[in-house]
Ligand binder design. Structure first.
Ligand SMILES: *Cc1c(COP(=O)(O)O)cnc(C)c1O
Length: 195
């Protein structure tokens, strides 16, 4: 995760072989991408997406990890440039955090996934979650386990999905043990973010 990090820091990490970078905000990412256009990087958008940003999201990213509502699907598909591969999409699930507004409810996954799978310009890849920060490991482990169950259930309907994105700097090992296929690590790679 390279949000808040300057392009130079991304470039330094890319020189070490890191290829995929995640950003929370379209504007911030697009500026960085312009500075780094000479590098073969893969950009992931992982943050609340407003409908009026669907066009830029579809034009400038390889993955959208935070699809959480149906009304975004058609504009994303419509704006995906024909010259680019289909946009990879993860459905974001609000697995345990009632206070958070981002992520769909588990019972909405099927509808969202089916809508993505029906769009040739989008490619359904799986699920993403940001479990509530919990000091107790057991609570996080339980959230990760619920995500794996949701992922397995979705794969029974969409055999092509291959990505379960969960785990950050302080719990990526727990997430991998629980079945994550992609982790999102910021602080451990870049150092602490300026606040
Ligand atoms: C910033 C961010 C991360 C990484 O967090 P760290 O604790 O710095 O590793 C992971 N996922 C999302 C969605 C983020 O915004």
């Amino acid at each position: 995760m390279s949000k808040t990090q300057p392009a130079a820091a991304v470039r330094a990490l890319a020189a070490c072989g890191q290829r995929a970078f995640g950003e929370n905000y379209v504007q911030e990412a697009v500026a960085k991408q312009a500075d780094l256009a000479d590098l073969p990087l893969e950009w992931h958008l992982i943050g609340p997406l407003q409908s009026n940003k669907c066009r830029e999201a579809a034009e400038h990213f390889d993955w959208l990890q935070s699809l959480d509502r149906l009304k975004l699907v058609a504009p994303l598909a419509r704006h995906r440039p024909p010259a680019r591969a289909p946009l990879n999409v993860l459905v974001q699930v609000n697995v345990d955090d009632e206070a958070s507004k981002s992520g769909c409810r588990p019972e909405e996954i099927g509808t969202l996934a089916a809508a993505v799978a029906a769009e040739p310009r989008l490619r359904l890849r799986g699920l993403m979650a940001i479990p509530a920060p919990a000091p107790e490991r057991e609570r996080r482990r339980a959230a990760f386990a619920r995500m794996l169950a949701l992922f397995d259930a979705l794969r029974a309907e969409h055999a092509e999905i291959d990505t379960l994105s969960m785990g950050m700097s302080d719990d990526f090992e727990l997430a991998i043990a629980a079945g994550a296929t992609m982790v999102r690590v910021g602080t451990l790679l870049f150092g602490a973010r300026a606040t």
